[in-house]
Design a protein around this ligand. Structure first.
Ligand code: FAD
Ligand code: NA7
Length: 488
């Protein structure tokens, strides 16, 4: 049409990946527009620019985790001589605005950055009209038609609700609602065993709410199962109630606003009912591809997941349309992954680069009450790939020094290095459960990219007294059957 505008690049989705990509592209002097629009959650929550991580993901999650850890520290402090009053309690009404204020400053920061980089920002929902044209529906309902040489789809995903469970979507909430909820959650049921479920149940417990977690099978599918078990065991010992092998059947709301949840045990079929103030679903996320009119552009999605299928340069089935971040099939759903992929893509499109995103050895941390940091392969996966007789696992149970004086339970403080048995024993997977797991694993992940071997790991001098030093001192193999408990 005659009033349509032309761009070098249009990015749909202003989250971690989309913002990184549009800012980088604009640095090459390209004409770039980024569209970001937040569809309100079923409960009506919506937010500003920056996507999941900033508004309803990593940032508020980590802050609430920190609030929970502080509660623990206050209790520990008594053992270190601090005179702490007996009746300490959390004010949710103070926590939420503190978290939301930081988010608003990040929303603003992203707007300013786009402006400074001369990226055009439209608070608009995008969908394809044809392979080179999109329709942008602005907040006030006005429509615009925009054309571009290249497109990047970075629309991320949203929490899933179980449609087969009556009342779930109507009365339940998700992580999209929790961090901005004005009302304290009170007695809460978390449903699911994804990292989001465990993290939320963990900090809610730590903040002093009566919290139950319902899981139908295993905790943290996709992660190393020995580590996942330890992480959930710690939570169970730490006040989170686990309803194992159970699935929700229905959620009803009474006239006082309380939620009556009916669930059943999967093995016996036995039915249960109990009342909660909040029911939080964290049973996985669906990509936001259904509203994009991808058929009109010819972009293919994965049959089951509806995520976008991309090649190793994030190119979709249409050569000038790319996809990055959570919306991309078979890639880790993590903010730094989306950011890196977006930046490298812009460098290839406009900066003559040929550097591809490397999705291998991406480190991550689960911020449960006892944190779990990991990089590389799980033990199961390593055995799968190489065979049990080709793998050596070094491991250790240890007690963090900071746990000793307050007499904290350290039963689940554990780590292991999954190595190949050949030569210098390359480390293919590193797993750490303990305080500041993310801080510990970040450095070792750099070492792994440099080809870390068991030999170089164990010839590294430790930093005393730390938990991370145990990583370089591991010497007991699983195969030996010897006790891996670190003493003294
Ligand atoms: P998003 O950040 O989701 O951004 C997509 C944007 O596109 C959104 O703003 C969306 O509203 C918008 N959009 C969708 N459709 C359209 C459309 N048609 N038109 C215009 N705009 C549209 N990752 C970590 O690395 N560390 C963590 O600790 C961590 N914690 C998490 C905790 C929680 C509770 C959750 C839910 C996620 C967490 N993640 C974490 C994952 C991380 O948030 C995501 O991997 C990351 O945000 C993905 O970035 P993205 O750019 O792909 O999509
Ligand atoms: P995942 O990893 O897809 O996990 C979803 C979780 O929710 C998992 O524990 C599922 O149990 C559980 N689930 C799924 N459907 C249901 C229903 N209907 N009822 C009860 N429980 C259910 O979640 P995310 O999307 O949060 O994680 C995405 C990625 O991040 C993932 O690839 C990780 O590597 C990191 P199940 O195990 O299927 O029995």
């Amino acid at each position: 049409s005659t009033n349509s505008q032309e761009y070098d690049l249009i990015v749909i989705g202003g989250g971690s990946g989309g913002l990184a990509c549009s800012n980088e592209a604009a640095k090459y002097g390209k004409k770039v527009a980024v569209l970001d629009y937040v569809s309100p959650s079923p409960q009506g929550s919506a937010w500003g620019l920056g996507g999941t991580c900033v508004n309803v993901g990593c940032i508020p999650k980590k802050l609430m985790h920190q609030a929970a850890l502080l509660g623990e520290s206050i209790k520990d402090a008594r053992h270190f001589g601090w005179n702490v009053p007996d009746n300490i309690s959390l004010s949710w009404e103070k926590l939420v605005p503190a978290v939301q204020n930081h988010i608003k400053s990040l929303n603003w920061g992203h707007r300013v950055k786009l402006h400074n980089n001369k990226v055009e920002y439209l608070n608009a929902k995008g969908s394809f009209l044809d392979p080179h044209t999109i329709k942008a529906v602005l907040q006030n309902g006005t429509e615009k038609t925009l054309r571009a040489e290249n497109f990047v789809i970075a629309v991320g995903g949203r929490p899933r609700f179980p449609f087969e469970v009556p009342g779930a979507m109507q009365y339940g909430i998700s992580s999209d609602d929790l961090f901005s909820s004005e009302k304290p959650p009170g007695k809460t049921l978390v449903i699911g065993a994804s990292y989001v479920a465990l993290e939320c149940a963990g900090f809610l417990t730590g903040l002093g709410f009566d919290t139950s977690l319902m899981m139908r099978s295993i905790p943290l599918r996709g992660f190393d199962q020995q580590m996942s078990q330890l992480v959930s065991d710690y939570m169970e010992n730490h006040g989170t109630r686990f309803l194992k092998h159970c699935v929700p059947v229905r959620v009803d709301k009474d006239d006082r606003g309380l939620l009556h949840v009916t669930w059943k045990e999967t093995e016996t079929g036995k039915s249960h009912q109990e009342t909660f103030e909040t029911v939080l679903f964290a049973i996985g996320r669906d990509p936001e591809t259904s509203q994009l009119n991808l058929e009109r552009a010819g972009v293919e999605v994965h049959q089951q997941t509806k995520k976008i299928v991309g090649n190793n340069s994030e190119q979709t089935t249409v050569p000038h349309i790319f996809a990055i971040g959570d919306v991309l099939q078979d890639r880790p759903e993590l903010t730094p992954v989306a950011i890196r992929a977006g930046k490298l893509l812009a460098d290839r499109l406009f900066g003559g680069s040929d550097i591809l995103m490397d999705y291998d050895k991406v480190p991550t941390t689960v911020f449960t009450p006892l944190e779990y940091g990991t990089v590389g392969l799980s033990e199961e996966k390593a055995i799968d790939m190489y065979g049990e007789d080709k793998i050596e696992v070094y491991h250790a149970f240890y007690i963090p020094l900071e746990f000793i004086v307050p007499g904290r339970n350290a039963e689940q403080c554990y780590m292991k290095a999954v190595c190949l048995r050949e030569g210098d024993q390359p480390v293919v997977g590193l797993h750490f459960i303990g305080p500041s797991a993310g801080e510990v694993i970040q450095g070792f992940s750099a070492a792994m990219r440099c080809g870390l071997t068991y030999e170089s790991l164990s010839s590294t001098v430790g930093i005393h007294p730390t938990c991370a030093e145990v990583v370089v001192k591991m010497h007991i193999t699983k195969r030996s059957g010897l006790d891996p408990t670190v003493t003294g």
